[in-house]
Write a new protein. Structure first.
Length: 228
């Protein structure tokens, strides 16, 4: 009975994921070299929701690895979604401050820290087998850093002055939807079938976390020494 209730709750999400993927893949992305000054509410919602989603899927490979790292340690939907939501709230704050001109963090510092945050979460998956209560706070702090990185995605396009807050919130809603797509896809492909297996940690969590940590380390070195 419990399994049937869970399946009946989760199943509608599958339809939403397919709908979101189709909607955002086949709608043309706005030209990032065009500075937006004024938009109607409808245009702002449509444009920035799509930009937020596509900034994660398919364009945000580093953010995809970050979300997957959050998922691997405890692949249950509720704790992972809580972490992703804390991450979204945090990057909404710093993205808004950056786009409003109140902070202006240099990308050559922010980008390596973003890759280090990915490596940190991946290494934590290897070191511990339990989800600590403090992880939400850690993810929130990383979200503040990632939000500054998101600002670079909007630096050329900007946010329309007449719909600034609406566009900001809509962009981050798009990011959250992209994150939820990753989480739900990972749950359907891995978590649902293998998370309760005795070998889950040994054969899935640790190997994948090692790969993610290695990629993040490579990005860190690349961004520190080979990016102008």
């Amino acid at each position: 009975m419990l399994g049937e209730q869970i399946n009946s709750t989760i199943l509608p999400w599958r339809k939403w994921i397919l709908f979101l993927l189709c909607a955002f893949i086949f709608i043309p992305v706005a030209d990032a070299h065009v500075v937006v000054n004024n938009l109607s509410k409808t245009d702002a919602i449509s444009m920035y929701l799509q930009l937020g989603y596509t900034h994660i899927l398919p364009l945000g490979f580093d953010h995809i690895l970050f979300i997957l790292s959050l998922f691997l340690l405890n692949p249950k939907l509720k704790p992972v979604i809580w972490q992703a939501t804390a991450f979204t709230v945090a990057h909404t704050i710093t993205l808004g401050l950056s786009m409003y001109g109140l902070i202006s963090p240099p990308s050559h510092i922010i980008e390596p820290i973003i890759s280090l945050s990915i490596m940190y979460v991946a290494l934590e998956n290897i070191i511990t087998d339990k989800l600590r209560p403090t992880r939400v706070a850690v993810v929130f702090s990383f979200g503040l850093i990632h939000g500054m990185g998101f600002a670079s995605a909007l630096s050329q396009l900007g946010l329309p002055k007449n719909q600034f807050f609406l566009s900001l919130i809509t962009f981050n809603v798009g990011v959250e939807l992209g994150q939820l797509t990753i989480i739900l896809a990972a749950w359907f492909l891995v978590g649902k079938w293998f998370s309760e297996k005795k070998w889950y940690r040994k054969r899935i969590v640790i190997p994948l976390s090692i790969v993610i940590a290695a990629i993040a380390l490579f990005w860190t070195v690349q961004r520190v020494f080979f990016t102008s």
